[in-house]
Design a protein around this ligand. Structure first.
Ligand code: ATP
Ligand code: MG
Length: 447
């Protein structure tokens, strides 16, 4: 990222100069200005200009019009790319997503008024360092405030996604949401369900993975956006747990603690953490103590529905569900047979399962001894013990006189178990075991 971001910064500066030399107004705008002023590295660069899309395209051969009618041109040079957008104002939002019509403007002020938050509405002249601030963005940057440009409620009615963008920005920057903006989010929270599932998914994933996940989910809760996008997660609130295992409190508190401990998680780990206990609310019951019998199976089902609804690709979905499905198995590790334990350690992407378990312990009883032992074992275990070369295969069984059949896979699994437990070490041992457990070959072939 670093390199292509540097390259994009260079390209943005060249574009700026070329536009100015051609007599147009041009500024860096949006997230890249915000991040620069905060001393962060921008993710991408946007240039706003008085030049029309055609004029931009003429100045930069090799660029292409992405949304000519929204006035956006993508300029590329090698790895670097910069979005160059004509100053514009947006008119007549009808569908809560995009303007019906845009009008090109010569005045940068008009362009700023259509932007979502004041901290995203600053313009910077990269050659002079001059900042254009029409909406008080610098003061909000200094105060750590996310504030809608204009009347928050109207801005969220125009484009419902802005509410999630605001939460994400506040979370990742460690900012607060200004009171009226927060109140507008609360009032408009229901309409976020009209946003395309993929866009909700991407914002939620960014809230989970780009820093401040706990803060992000607290804000989603406070604004009631959580009820609208993830009611199953909102249901974690107030679900009590046995104090003996969970001195920290209810399921929501526990989940927030885990989110807080996430550093730079994969998408799958982050969602796995968020959803690992999602089966607890519907399985809660009070017996001799609070119990959640079957919460893992129920959780896998609920998580599956959520990930499907949010249109996650299958590969992501499968790993998240595997994380949910396995999270309780760790408590059985001390009682596992060696073969069961080794098979568990062979789970695809086991390191991620282990990390979820670490966060789970850290955010409850804080006893990490079991985790540390297992981690050491996983790191140090030689491959030939974890996955020793097979002693027998189906052909060996046929050659030994066993009739091929469905039983073969069960027989071979028993052999592998014995091998993992070091009860057999050679092919002869293995055949001896098969004979002892499943009978001599003639019993099967009927010879
Ligand atoms: P980052 O790139 O770090 O995710 P960003 O603020 O740069 O954050 P982009 O999606 O790159 O976000 O958008 C660039 C700029 O375009 C924003 O800073 C904002 O000014 C404007 N913008 C983006 N999305 C919207 C929106 N939905 N409504 C209004 N303005 C928007
Ligand atoms: Mg950006």
């Amino acid at each position: 990222m670093g390199n292509s971001s540097n390259a994009s910064a260079g390209l943005a500066a060249r574009i700026h100069r070329a536009l100015r030399d051609a007599g147009f107004a041009a500024y860096l705008v949006g997230g890249c200005v915000r991040d620069r002023l905060l001393g962060l590295e921008p993710k991408d660069f946007d240039v706003a200009t008085s030049a029309t899309p055609d004029e931009v395209a003429r100045l930069f051969p090799g660029s292409h019009l992405v949304g000519a009618h929204f006035g956006v041109v993508m300029v590329r040079d090698g790895d670097a790319e910069v979005e160059v957008a004509t100053f514009r104002s947006d008119c007549a939002y009808r569908d809560g997503r995009r303007p019906e019509r845009v009008e090109f403007e010569n005045d940068p002020r008009q362009d700023v008024l259509r932007r979502d938050f004041t901290v995203n509405a600053l313009m910077l002249d990269p050659s002079s360092g001059e900042v254009l601030d029409f909406v008080g963005g610098r003061a909000d940057l200094a105060a750590g405030l996310i504030r809608a440009v204009g009347v928050a409620e109207l801005r969220f009615e125009e484009d419902h996604l802005r509410m999630l963008r605001g939460v994400r920005l506040a979370a990742s920057l460690g900012f607060s949401v200004e009171a009226r903006t927060l109140e507008a989010m609360r009032r408009k929270s229901g309409s976020v369900s009209l946003v395309a599932a993929e866009r909700v998914r991407d914002e939620l994933t960014r809230i989970l993975t780009e820093g401040g996940a706990r803060r992000g989910f607290e804000l989603l809760d406070e604004t009631e956006l959580l009820n609208a996008v993830l009611p199953e997660v909102a249901a974690l609130k107030g679900v009590a747990q046995p104090a003996e295992f969970h001195p920290e409190g209810d399921v929501w508190t526990h989940t927030l603690l885990m989110l807080e401990a996430l550093k730079t998680p994969s998408v799958e780990l982050a969602w796995g953490v968020l959803l690992h206990d999602v089966g607890k609310p519907p399985t809660f019951r009070v017996a001799e103590r609070i119990r959640f019998d079957g919460h893992v199976e129920v959780g896998v089902e609920i998580a599956g529905r959520i990930l499907h609804r949010l249109r996650f690709p299958n590969a992501v979905r499968e790993q998240v569900l595997a994380l949910v499905a396995n999270h309780l198995r760790f408590k059985d590790v001390p009682h596992m047979k060696q073969s069961t334990l080794l098979r568990f350690l062979r789970t695809d992407r086991f390191a991620e399962h282990l990390e979820l378990h670490r966060l789970d312990c850290l955010s409850s009883n804080r006893r990490l001894g079991g985790y540390e032992n297992l981690k050491r074992m996983f790191d140090e275990l030689p491959r030939e013990i974890l996955k020793p070369p097979r002693l027998l295969n189906g052909d060996d069984l046929i050659r030994a006189g066993y009739a091929p059949g469905k039983r073969f896979s069960a027989i071979l699994e028993v052999v592998e178990d014995a091998q993992l437990e070091r009860r057999v070490e050679t092919k002869e041992d293995a055949l001896g075991l098969v004979c002892a457990l499943f009978g001599a070959p003639d019993a099967h072939t009927g010879l």
